[in-house]
Design a binder for this molecule. Structure first.
Ligand code: GLA
Length: 385
């Protein structure tokens, strides 16, 4: 893959590029908690978007999306939102550097990779994060990882129209092989948690239903949460997000809530607690307890937060019946994409068999199944001759 991208760059632009990568991510638990200033537990994976880049001194940005076989060009001074959806992820990042007062002259870029699109593994975050890392390194701008993470997140808000939290970009930028990242989305303090997978595996199953976060449901969930916060702020001066809310505070004011808003808030408060409990379970090596929390998370996402879909629910139901499965749940924004399942290592083959014999994607195919390998966050690739 890396070699193909590099070769394509040379063919298109006739020069030797610098090479960078940024990974997709999984999230073990803590879904939709990031934009509520809560906790999340993601990890970078070994699936990546790779970038070949070089300044061109031609006054035009020239991009090529390897997987789509499509090109895009624009004037150096004309960075605005484009009708070419994929180009927005790159343009949005250039715009953020410039907003911060950095000089980003025109460059050529070929990018592509093996993070499945629309599968809840954050291919878009990987594109944004990889672009940020490449720009920063190529022009020696000295921007730190956290600031670049925020640039990547703002690119998603402003150029892709999704008011996402920071989890995906953070994991893609800060991931570490063999570790999950326990991130406090309020303080942005984080801790690497070693994950001893000697006896267990994490397996993703792709429903084959492409989620479309931008389709407004995601932003609507955010608004529901904000409505809940606004209500509680009338009573509690300490509340600035759902992170500051307890189950008792919620139930004390239940009758004043819109029913839907209440369910959303109730889920977030419980999910935040599940991340805290989940970290304790992992630290104690109690994988079965962690698995139970994963089921709890799915239940809440499906019934209370209502971001699951029948295919995701079906995959979790199948997983539940397979001996050796400790926990399973939908992962990411929802409405499609993947489930993540924690399973005894020796039972992975049985699990895959069970899935393949009982589930077909909406277009009638066997679902894609990926065993998770936890990798490093964004970086520069060595170019070998
Ligand atoms: C998407 C968003 C993240 C996060 C998850 C749900 O992946 O980009 O910020 O909110 O959904 O946990």
């Amino acid at each position: 893959m890396n070699q193909q991208i590099r070769d394509k760059f040379k063919t298109l632009f006739g020069a030797e590029p610098a090479m960078y990568f940024a990974p997709g991510r999984v999230n073990l638990i803590g879904e939709h908690t990031d934009y509520n200033c809560g906790f999340v537990l993601p990890a970078a994976v070994d699936k990546q978007i790779v970038f070949a880049v070089k300044p061109n001194r031609m006054g035009r940005f020239r991009f090529f999306a390897f997987d789509l076989g499509e090109s895009f060009e624009t004037e150096e001074d004309n960075i605005t939102k484009s009708d070419t959806a994929w180009a927005n992820y790159l343009l949005g990042v250039v715009a953020q550097f410039r907003k911060a007062g950095q000089t980003v002259p025109a460059f050529d870029c070929v990018f592509g990779g093996n993070v499945p699109l629309g599968a809840g593994m954050s291919s878009s975050a990987a594109i944004e994060v990889g672009m940020a890392f490449a720009i920063n390194d190529m022009y020696g701008l000295g921007v730190n990882r956290l600031t670049m993470t925020k640039f990547a997140q703002m690119a998603e808000h402003e150029y892709a129209g999704v008011n996402c939290g920071i989890m995906d970009q953070f994991a893609s930028m800060h991931g570490k092989a063999g570790h999950v990242v326990r991130l406090d989305c309020r303080s942005l303090d984080f801790e690497y948690f070693p994950l001893d997978m000697t006896n267990y595996r994490l397996v993703l199953v792709n429903t084959g239903v492409k989620h479309s976060l931008a389709s407004s449901e995601y932003n609507r969930r955010r608004a529901d949460c904000e409505a809940g916060v606004a209500l509680l702020q009338k009573y509690y001066s300490t509340v600035s997000s759902l992170r500051d809310v307890t189950a008792e505070m919620l139930s004390a004011h239940r009758t004043e809530f819109d029913e839907v808003v209440y369910r959303r808030c109730d889920y977030i408060v419980a999910e935040n607690n599940r991340v805290v409990e989940g970290c304790k379970a992992l630290a104690a090596g109690d994988f079965p307890a962690f698995g139970r929390l994963m089921y709890g998370s799915h239940e809440g996402l499906s019934r209370q937060y209502e971001v699951s879909c029948k295919e995701l629910d079906q995959l979790v139901d199948i997983a539940r019946k397979v001996p050796g499965v400790l926990g399973s749940r939908m992962m990411g924004g929802g409405f499609g994409g993947c489930t993540i399942t924690l399973i005894e290592k020796s039972k992975v083959a049985d699990f895959e068999q069970a899935i393949k014999s009982s589930y077909k994607t909406p277009d009638g195919r066997e679902p894609e199944i990926y065993e998770v390998v936890i990798g490093d966050g964004a970086g520069k690739l060595k170019v070998e001759n």
